[in-house]
Design a protein around this ligand. Structure first.
Ligand SMILES: [Zn+2]
Length: 266
């Protein structure tokens, strides 16, 4: 990772962040040299992209095949009434550039095929999953395990959310698929699994998506900075109806079809 020099305007822009002993000038330079792949420019991807752009992450790769629709606007803060009908990645690019001209924004207005996904995951320091469907999550998890790339997971449905961090780059870290073999052991796990498998088209309270997206943005910055303890090895559950957060230990499943096999040959 090559370090970049910061000019006076940048020192001022990021001053409140650089003031943090955990960040400092070195951390800011690290962010400027980092690349994050964000899948989905919706209710989760909006706060993720806005905060990472604001924080001065050097390269943001945005992927979303959809265009902005009226029904998106109650929760997808990157987009607005004037950008209705535009590809979400174009609407996002304009909003992010207005927030901070520093990050290089790379966009894909289509679903990445397997080879392109693999290439983009390999180039990224962290992958953020802000997608709304199970098939995409499973595919992304597989590539992150294969390439040992950190994955920041989030999902939201109704007034409930969940988040975790899967560190395939670390020994013995669970993956997204382990989460399901783990959860399936309990009745509550069953509920979580069926509710969160496919959030597409279901009702959601806008700010609940915002909370989960902000958690994903925070965890991404922590991974890039090597700061604190992330949600690695834990699943965080939010019930906004009672406004309770709980977190469960999440162990790697040795027989996991995804990470079990990947690690077995080593
Ligand atoms: Zn696994």
């Amino acid at each position: 990772m090559s370090m970049v020099d910061l000019n006076d305007e940048q020192l001022l822009r990021y001053s409140r962040q650089i003031l943090l002993p955990d960040v400092d000038l070195e951390g800011q330079q690290r962010l400027a040299s980092s690349r994050v792949l964000i899948l989905g420019m919706g209710g989760l991807g909006s706060p993720v992209a806005m905060y990472l752009a604001g924080a001065g992450v050097g390269q943001l790769v945005l992927v979303d095949p959809d265009t902005v629709e009226t029904s998106n606007l109650h929760r997808q803060l990157l987009h607005n009434t004037a950008t209705l009908g535009q590809p979400k990645v174009d609407s996002a690019r304009a909003a992010l550039a207005a927030r901070n001209p520093d990050p290089e924004i790379i966009t894909f207005a289509h679903k990445l095929d397997d080879m392109a996904l693999r290439e983009q995951v390999q180039l990224a320091d962290v992958v953020v999953d802000g997608s709304d469907n199970f098939a995409c999550r499973v595919a992304v998890n597989q590539v992150c395990v294969d390439t040992r790339t950190p994955l920041v997971y989030g999902a939201v449905v109704g007034l409930e959310g969940q988040a975790s961090v899967f560190r395939a780059d670390l020994e013995d870290s669970p993956c997204y698929n382990c989460l399901y073999s783990d959860l399936d052991q309990t009745i509550e796990g069953e509920h979580q699994r069926s509710a969160f498998e496919n959030c597409s088209g279901q009702g959601v309270l806008g700010p609940v998506a915002g909370i989960v997206g902000c958690i994903q943005a925070t965890e991404t910055l922590k991974i890039l900075l090597g700061l604190g303890d992330t949600l690695q090895g834990r699943l965080l559950l939010l019930d906004a109806r009672s406004m309770n957060f709980r977190s469960f230990r999440l162990a790697r499943d040795p027989s996991c079809k995804v990470c079990g096999v990947a690690h077995a040959g080593e």
